[in-house]
Design a protein around this ligand. Sequence first.
Ligand code: F6R
Length: 598
Amino acid sequence: MCGIVGYIGQNQATDILLYGLEKLEYRGYDSAGIALMNDENIHLFKVKGRIEALRERINHRIHATTGIGHTRWATHGAPSGVNAHPHQSPSGRYTLVHNGVIENYQALKRDYLIETVSDTDTEIVVQLVEKLNDTYADTVKAFREAMRLLKGSYAIAMIDSEDPDTLYVAKNKSPLLIGLGDGFNVVASDAMATLQETDQYVEIADGEIVLVQRDRIDIQTLDGTPVQRAPYTAEIDLSDIEKGTYSHFMLKEIDEQPIVMRNIMNAYQNDHDELSLDPAIRSAMTACDRIYIIACGTSYHAGLVGKSLLEKLAHIPVEVHVASEFSYNMPLLSEKPLFIFISQSGETADSRAVLVKVKEMGHHALTITNVPGSTLSREADHTLHLHAGPEIAVASTKAYTAQIAVLAILAVDTANEKGIELDFNPMQELAIVANAMEVLTDQKPTFERLVNAYLPTSRNAFFIGRSADYYVSLEAALKLKEISYIQAEGFAGGELKHGTIALIEDGTPVIALATQKDVNGAIRGNVQEVAARGANTMVISMKGLDEADDAFVLPEVHELLTPLVSVVPMQLIAYYAALYRGCDVDKPRNLAKSVTVE
Ligand code: F6R
């Protein structure tokens, strides 16, 4: 959701900025722009739509070695060229890009008598800097004071036409990094955007500004106190963020799931084949009397599976909550709650709002994320890393299975700590899962055929299951609707007859999952109910469960871990349905990868 890239150095900035913006495309955007500075001239290019359109709009003959770029996901004001960033101050002296939401922009507009040309909150910021500079005649001071006046979240990069040697950068609650190079420096929302230039990065803390020049950076707090911070090496391989021979990142990421399972096994096992988790996490898990899992979307669906694992293996009661609901409708908490935040990106604003609240209440929090340095990771007491590698496709696949695998390990580790005897070896079972995933990803033509048979031109689809299969049905429906735009619902098999069965008519696709022994008969009964009303039914089952007429039989894995394999056909079905309909698989409409607004 919104991406920033900036460059100051000796090379042509245009290509570096465009490359960076392309690498940030995965975050989701609806317009884009860049500002290039040469001598005292600032050249602004903004478009509604894709980066390709921006590339075509730019005058490539402009030689500029300083510039800032932005991808915008509309919050204040519709997607348009006018609302796209960068925004300029009235005199044209200052040009700025922003990621986040300025909560008090209307008050600032009123108090400082600001007239804007766009509908954005961002334009207020750049105008504010100019107004404050009229008072202070000092850009650094004006920039710092402007940041002090802002309420809300922001990552900002600004250029000043009267000072071509400095990028002005600030951060509060939105991600932003400084990349260090030899004779140049870069700024980016995500290291992926500038990995081609450098792997050395410096974090910026909330409430800091940075003056970035080609050969130095000067970090300071909002009261001007200098800050020293050592760089770190970004451990992302450039090949992790390239599609390689794949036509889509989503397909690549579905295929990577067996490797991710093996990475997780390596990461959470010591040389003696024992589980190795941070002792502080062990203490937090054994000390709590109830776990509250907080997450959104796909991560919430992983949390539902996590609840079963934690309750069945570690014997701890668990509640799973959608973050945006929990924030405003908090249940009565137990005496010793532990909060687990599940988030691929670690930046989701809805989850962060809950984290801030529960930390204020003095509760303990653990974040399970794919991005260890992310906001949710930094602000929680503990972090468990997913080891899934960058997930670029907007639709989450490998992060979902990684979240479940890490939750399984956490549940078993806690059971061990509590002295609970288990007949379940997580590493052995995950190894079986990894092999089963490979068997499934090798059968892509089968899933493509199933899509052609069951979902060719459907407007809607239903996924049904019971217990663990119900949770996967929710995820299957989300995957299908977000990338193919087919209206899909995940349902508990037994709940259909309480209303929704009214929607079943001739040819309605109903896909049932049957991987659980206890409810196998019951879910097959539900399939009969809808078939009798004309539904076009497909059963995907686990080996050994009356599979004779089933459309597809999954390789057998431990019953507690079936979601890790049953979701793979669902991901592939969504993928081929989207492909069949000519949808933009990796960048579905209206969606952002990292949802940094509440
Ligand atoms: C769907 C999807 C979203 C995310 C949700 C939470 O494929 O990716 O539903 O799961 O926006 O994001 P994270 O996990 O980054 O907190």
